[in-house]
Design a protein around this ligand. Structure first.
Ligand code: AP5
Ligand code: MG
Length: 215
């Protein structure tokens, strides 16, 4: 399965992707996670990306496309993958199509997870992430057993720099202007599926699996 997860910031793309990895044994490719790792490692790419990410804007297409193309050619993507947070605009979607044509393996499905703006704000301001394994928690909806500590690996939980209210507003605007048009893009290609991302994480996962398995 070669899957694109579409959805606004906070829709739960990363949360659902982590569950899909376990169920289908395919990797998650999150451009946001790759960029945050580059920032944490202090690489030249990370230094360039940080300023843009902190403003809630998109990192240049050329940079992101290079990262994705390299990642898609790795061995663990042979049986499929979950693209999370990529593509982010029409130029990235077209470039992805061209890469996949050259690899002879087009996308199977683009799944859009739809969530109201008020819920998105609460999910994002309450999010905490493990520095070590990237597991997500939420101080409103899914607290870790011990405050500030990951249940899975004992790593330290942190709040993302771009999860401040002003930056979240900008990210939501960028989503509406640049990423939401991809719903139409994939609909025209006949591979779009949509679900409402409301309910518990497990309830949504059940809906995701039903749609992906055509149940
Ligand atoms: P990225 O990391 O992709 O962030 P995003 O798209 O803004 O999405 P999020 O990760 O914030 O949300 P999510 O949908 O994954 O939600 P999550 O599962 O965490 O991008 C960050 C930045 O990097 C961009 O702004 C840009 O600068 C740059 N970038 C990345 N990709 C790029 C690209 N392709 N091109 C250019 N620039 C790029 O869930 C959120 C919270 O809600 C969590 O706390 C979770 O526990 C909670 N939650 C999840 N589901 C539920 C539920 N059902 N009920 C209650 N709480 C829930
Ligand atoms: Mg995410």
């Amino acid at each position: 399965m070669r899957l694109v997860l579409l959805g606004a910031p906070g829709a739960g793309k990363g949360t659902q992707a982590k569950k899909l990895i376990e169920k289908y044994s395919i990797p998650q490719i999150s451009t946001g996670d790759i960029l945050r790792k580059a920032v944490a490692d202090g690489t030249p790419l990370g230094k360039e990306a940080k300023a843009v990410m902190d403003k809630g804007e998109l990192v240049p297409d050329k940079v992101v496309l290079g990262l994705v193309e390299e990642r898609l050619k790795q061995d663990d993507c042979k049986n499929g993958y979950i693209l999370d947070g990529f593509p982010r605009n029409t130029a990235q979607a077209e470039a992805l199509d061209a890469i996949l044509v050259s690899m002879g393996a087009p996308l199977s499905v683009a799944l859009s997870v739809d969530v109201d703006k008020d819920d998105l704000m609460k999910r994002l301001t309450g999010r905490r992430t493990c520095r070590n394994c990237q597991q997500m928690y939420n101080i409103y909806f899914s607290m870790p057993k011990t405050e500030g500590v990951c249940d899975k690996c004992g790593g330290e939980l942190y709040q993302r720099d771009d999860d401040k209210e002003e930056t979240i507003k900008k990210r939501l605007e960028v989503y509406e202007a640049q990423t939401a048009p991809l719903i139409e893009y994939y609909s025209k290609k006949g591979i779009l599926k949509s679900i409402q991302g409301i309910g518990s994480i497990d309830e949504i996962f059940e809906k995701v699996c039903s749609v992906l398995e055509g149940r």
